[in-house]
Write a new protein. Structure first.
Length: 235
């Protein structure tokens, strides 16, 4: 019990430190759904670890209805987790969250399919995940990372990185701007369509050369030539 009380005090102090809107300890105790969800989780996680799976899952659903935050009791959450606002946050069964992590509303730590085993992400210490971001699959987000709002992260993220976009790509690492010189580093959803168009352009170009002869062939631009030579080119 003393350990539990110390954790509760630590949680409240963490909210006061991170949220300038918090005016008093009493307000934090009564009004912060993210804090209530974490407290529910700790009880449910204890039940889960003692093989009371159904009760743990049922209570997690009660907590979901009360807080708007869904945390599977099998997840592993570190100390001083701050869920700000929190509506729509989902944390999957095999997710692992380190210490001093901040999650904003609408964040999903989810899976990508029906595979078994470790299928949810791992967030190491001091990670901040912006509103609406989705981190999916058995990947690791390194220490001190920042995930931009609305990003979809599908690959491992090294320490001290800032990620934005759909799908997510690194724009800062260790405080320095990351300049993407290889377009393949960003898997844009339109890349497959672009690759198909490039393939067709290449076929048509070869056909025109066969019909008109090499002398009648108009040179293509350098950018188009690169696309035509690389069927996997992505933007």
């Amino acid at each position: 019990m003393p350990h539990l009380l110390s954790l509760i005090r630590e949680d409240v102090a963490n909210v006061l430190e991170h949220d300038p809107a918090a005016k008093s300890r009493l307000e934090v105790y009564l009004c912060y759904a993210g804090l209530h969800a974490v407290w529910f989780y700790r009880m449910n996680h204890w039940l889960w670890n003692h093989n009371s799976f159904l009760l743990a899952r049922w209570l997690s659903q009660v907590a979901r209805h009360l807080t708007g935050i869904e945390i599977h009791p099998g997840a592993q959450l570190g100390r001083r987790l701050f869920i700000d606002h929190g509506m729509g946050v989902v944390i999957g069964e095999t997710a692992i969250v380190g210490e001093d992590v901040t999650l904003y509303q609408g964040v999903t730590l989810g899976g990508t399919g029906k595979e078994h085993g470790k299928r949810h992400p791992t967030l190491l210490d001091n990670v901040v995940v912006g509103g609406g971001a989705k981190i999916l699959g058995n990947i690791t987000v390194g220490h001190n990372c920042r995930i931009g709002a609305g990003s979809v992260v599908l690959r491992n993220v090294p320490d001290d990185s800032t990620v934005v976009g759909v799908p997510g790509h690194i724009i800062f690492r260790e405080g320095k701007r990351v300049v993407i010189t290889d377009p393949k580093q960003i898997n844009d959803p339109l890349s497959e369509a672009l690759a198909a168009v490039a393939t067709e352009v290449k076929k048509l170009s070869e056909r025109v050369r066969q019909i008109e002869g090499a002398d009648g062939h108009e040179p293509v631009s350098e950018s188009m030539q690169r696309i035509m030579e690389d069927g996997d080119y992505q933007i």
